[in-house]
Design a protein around this ligand. Structure first.
Ligand SMILES: [Zn+2]
Length: 223
């Protein structure tokens, strides 16, 4: 990934009974101005996990990114989002007013949701064929595109449901998919964006209380 797309890594350290976030450990604490020389374990910086991944390095995943620009630079919480699905080579299939696109670039800073459980080699082996056949269907011609009802989201969700059916599993409706898989990740992304921009603006950001690990477990696929 291009460094500008990835953003700078964020770290967090303890000082003055606060959590201080920054891009690197400063020589002096920005709150008390004391030299940060101490090697106390509890003051050791930890890195903050970045919620964005290079979608072109993800296999069989649902991806989400701003329609225009990137999350870290342009996203304002209300910007339009665009979604797609990767094949096993990181090509992102996505439906637009111009029909189904097969992007080999442009999804370098995405929120990614894996669709296939680890070890499902049978499904992975068929994935590219399924995705290509599905995309060739007349339902996804450019003239069928409708911004509100027959869009990138319908395309991805219909595909996911086709796979679920082929695997003998129940369907997911849009609300269920959004609440269960999308919202937890976009929430985490929004928090990260807020933090990132605060650090970018002032050089550091301070919080009172520890952020406990309340993230939902990751790694499970949808299908
Ligand atoms: Zn301090």
């Amino acid at each position: 990934m291009h460094p500008a797309e990835a953003g700078k890594p964020l770290i967090k350290f303890n000082h003055c009974k606060k959590y201080i976030y920054s891009f690197s450990v400063p020589q002096c604490c920005p709150l008390c101005q004391q030299v940060m020389g101490s090697r106390k374990l509890e003051e050791a910086p930890v890195s903050i996990s970045n919620p964005f991944t290079n979608g072109h390095q993800e296999q069989c995943s649902f991806l989400l990114r701003p329609t225009q620009g990137t999350f870290l630079r342009e996203y304002d919480g209300r910007s339009d989002l665009h979604v797609g699905i990767t094949n096993t080579n990181g090509v992102v299939y996505n439906y637009t007013a111009h029909g189904v696109r097969r992007d080999e670039a442009g999804w370098e800073q995405s929120v990614s949701i894996p669709l296939v459980q680890p070890g499902m080699f049978g499904l992975m082996g068929q994935w590219d064929k399924y995705l290509e056949e599905f995309s060739a269907s007349g339902a996804w011609l450019p003239q069928r595109y409708e911004e509100d009802h027959h869009n990138c989201y319908s395309y991805t969700l219909t595909f996911i449901n086709c796979v679920l059916t082929a695997e003998g599993k129940g369907q997911l409706d849009k609300r269920e998919f959004t609440e269960k898989y999308v919202v937890p990740r976009t929430r985490k992304a929004s928090e990260y964006i807020t933090l990132y921009r605060a650090v970018e603006g002032r050089g550091f950001y301070v919080t009172d209380r520890p952020e406990e690990a309340t993230d939902p477990p990751e790694g499970g696929g949808v299908c």
